[in-house]
Design a protein around this ligand. Structure first.
Ligand code: ATP
Length: 320
């Protein structure tokens, strides 16, 4: 659905030059939900705007939804939807004094659909995005979550194969965020829409995306499923509390295959293993064979923030 090769974008303002995107190569399969994760200023929006034909790349090439980005931008635009960042409650390009259904109908007509089809399409989208009872409401009266869902509905009027969502849940409360994720999942399940989403929220990427591309300073620094990324970089952490000196228990676990960073402190042993769920049985067996009694055992999976920290030396949460 997307094949991009070595995309770059340089901004020149006065005397200064910013290399916002420095050679991004990526591919996205049809039907995937792909997350583009990175801190503020990493180059997410710039890449997205290039892929959506809103910004011309300085160099590189891409095929998006079967059309060539540079030679056939109109073809790309016809097949994609783009939902930009929220501009506050009344922003985002819609007229705040317009009614919800009218806005969708007008948008559909801009795509040269007949009035009858536009009305039908608006009804369907409102029901799909849980805006069913809100058709006659003025846009300015919508809640943040409803407003975001309307933005998404507007991005879908022409039934695109691929939709770009730029930080869709920024500014929403936790409940509206998980509600929005449900709707994005439904889009894929019902319509098989491919979704490319930028975010700097780890939990969003983790909960929603099939695959994640991590971008930092204009370059992709890692990619994989949330699970693969977490396993590849960080491993799982097992914390054991034992009834003897922790060092004694640690001796029996150190040097075993797949075990790293064994640390003993008082009665607590902490170790990193490649696959925590597979390691736990033999850890328990090994220790019980030595007569050591465990009073508790805990398995912690790493977060995507651990991954990002390991890859870049910076925390995503800091965004700095
Ligand atoms: N029009 C522009 N002119 C000059 N510099 C720009 C322009 N647009 C973006 N940049 C710079 O390019 C870099 C990447 O910006 P971009 O908006 O792509 O980052 P981002 O990862 O989307 O960040 P955020 O999460 O804050 O939206 C930043 O340093 C930004 O200041």
């Amino acid at each position: 659905m997307i094949e991009a090769v070595d995309l770059t974008r340089v901004f020149k303002t006065g005397k200064s030059t910013v290399e916002a995107v420095r050679g991004v190569t990526l591919s996205v399969e049809a039907g995937e939900i792909v997350g583009f994760l990175g801190p503020n200023g990493a180059g997410k929006t710039t890449t997205l705007r290039m892929l959506a034909t809103l910004l011309r790349p300085t160099s590189g090439s891409a095929t998006v939804a079967g059309a060539d980005l540079l030679n056939d931008p109109v073809g790309v635009r016809r097949r994609i939807g783009y939902v930009g960042q929220a501009m506050g409650k009344f922003g985002g390009g819609s007229d705040p004094n317009c009614r919800v259904n009218e806005e969708i109908i007008v948008q559909a007509q801009l795509y040269r659909h007949s009035k009858a089809y536009a009305v039908e399409r608006a009804e369907r989208l409102m029901s799909q995005l849980d805006l069913g009872g809100l058709g006659r409401r003025l846009i300015k009266t919508l809640s943040g979550g409803e407003r975001r869902r309307l933005d998404i509905a507007l991005g879908l009027v022409h039934d695109p194969e691929l939709v770009f969502l730029d930080e869709p849940s920024t500014g929403l409360d936790p409940q509206s965020r998980s509600n929005l994720w449900e709707h994005v999942r439904k889009l894929r399940a019902d319509l098989n829409t491919t979704v490319y989403i930028t975010t700097h929220y780890l939990d969003e990427a983790d909960a929603l995306c099939d695959r994640i591309l991590v971008i930092d300073r204009g370059k992709i620094v890692a990619e994989g499923t949330p699970q693969q990324l977490k396993q590849r970089v960080a491993g799982d952490v097992v914390t054991l509390v034992v009834d003897c000196e922790a060092a004694r228990a640690a001796e029996h676990l150190e040097g075993r295959r797949g075990v790293r960073d064994v640390k003993a402190d008082d009665h607590t042993v902490r170790l990193t293993v490649e696959h925590g769920d597979q390691a736990l049985p033999w850890i328990l067996e090994t220790l019980s064979g030595t007569g050591i009694t465990m009073t508790s055992v805990q398995l912690t999976r790493p977060t995507l923030d651990d991954v990002f920290l390991t890859l870049t030396g910076r925390s995503l949460r800091d965004g700095s």
